[in-house]
Write a protein that binds this ligand. Structure first.
Ligand SMILES: Nc1nc2c(c(=O)[nH]1)N[C@H]1C(S)=C(S)[C@@H](COP(=O)(O)O)O[C@H]1N2
Ligand SMILES: [Mo]
Length: 305
């Protein structure tokens, strides 16, 4: 079996600064134009969620958009930036279905219009032992879940991403089972920290970062953040996830960042913040424990890794 996640062992107040982001910028007609192409107009400014955003300096954009994991485009960190340009993100629909009263199929631009976009500056810790600080633009997943009215049977949320080998050259190889899948427990999915991102650094999400829609769950290892989502299903049973299917001993369903539980092949005690020289200590729940530790009260996080 080919297990490509490899350890990373190399040693080597942005919140409200008057940056007004425009909702229209994230829509298909305007995608790619950038702020400069959108002078004037009555677009709504994004709101800022200072409470959840870190004040740590964001990782330079060139690293956020040039050092990626997106195996649909290859397994090297530079592959996604090099090969994701051919992915067509319009038209794009997202199906929201399963255990809910109001299943819906939404065009991505309608989904963006229906939700209030916010900037969230989050730490992201990859299971390989590196981390970044990324200023996302997105909206809480809980708002979308509320819109479809979950039934009492909705215990988990399953995320399915795009399978389109013609535009995703990495899918010609069985590195993972395609499409890439992820999942959350429903209480994790409706936690206010959990967002669906449509942008970063105040701009449209680059393809290599998961355009047009990707999940961000900042207290979990980065692989939980499924990119290029096409379907979100409310389900009764814990859904299968791509990395767990590939190597169940190495990647559990929960995958909360936990410095006390090592990966079978490397330590998770420290991390390399991209752009920094010395490794730093990894924090439980990636530093979000004050918000999320209660979700796991009474659970053994060693067996539920
Ligand atoms: N569809 C898909 N989503 C994915 C991945 C992937 O290979 N395919 N890689 C994951 C991993 S391992 C990480 S660390 C993050 C990286 O997100 P970024 O490149 O935007 O920083 O995306 C996650 N989402
Ligand atoms: Mo990762």
């Amino acid at each position: 079996m080919l297990i490509r996640h490899a350890p990373d062992l190399t040693d080597n107040d942005v919140t409200d600064h008057g940056l007004y982001l425009r909702r229209r910028q994230f829509l298909g007609a305007a995608a790619g134009l950038g702020l400069a192409g959108l002078a004037g107009g009555a677009q709504a400014a994004l709101s800022f969620s200072k409470g959840f955003s870190t004040t740590e300096p964001p990782t330079p954009k060139k690293d956020v958009t040039g050092y990626n994991n997106f195996y649909e485009f290859g397994t090297d960190k530079a592959d996604p930036a090099e090969h994701a340009g051919g992915l067509k993100t319009r038209p794009w629909t997202v199906r929201v279905d399963g255990e809910c009263e109001k299943p819906m199929t939404l065009a991505i631009d309608d989904l963006i219009k229906a939700n209030k976009l916010e900037e969230r500056i989050y730490r992201m810790r990859c299971v390989e032992g590196w981390s970044m600080v990324i200023p996302w633009v997105g909206f809480p997943l809980k708002d979308l879940i509320a819109a479809v009215q979950p039934t009492a049977k909705a215990k988990y949320v399953a995320f399915e991403t795009l399978k389109r080998p013609s535009e995703m050259p990495g899918q010609r190889w069985d590195v993972l089972q395609w499409p890439y899948r992820e999942g959350l427990r429903i209480d994790e999915a409706v936690h206010p920290l959990t967002i669906l991102a449509v942008g970063l650094y105040g701009d449209v999400l680059p393809n290599q970062n998961g355009a047009p829609l990707r999940l961000v769950v900042p207290w979990k290892y980065g692989f939980k953040g499924a990119k290029s989502i096409v379907r979100i299903s409310l389900v009764e049973k814990q859904p299968a996830t791509a990395w767990n299917l590939s190597a169940p001993r190495e990647y559990g369903f929960y995958s909360n960042v936990n410095p006390a539980v090592d990966h079978p092949r490397w330590s998770q005690a420290t991390e390399r913040r991209i752009g920094e020289f010395r490794r730093r200590e990894t924090l439980p729940f990636n530093g979000y424990g004050q918000y999320v530790a209660d979700l796991y009260r009474g659970m053994d996080l060693r067996t539920n890794f």
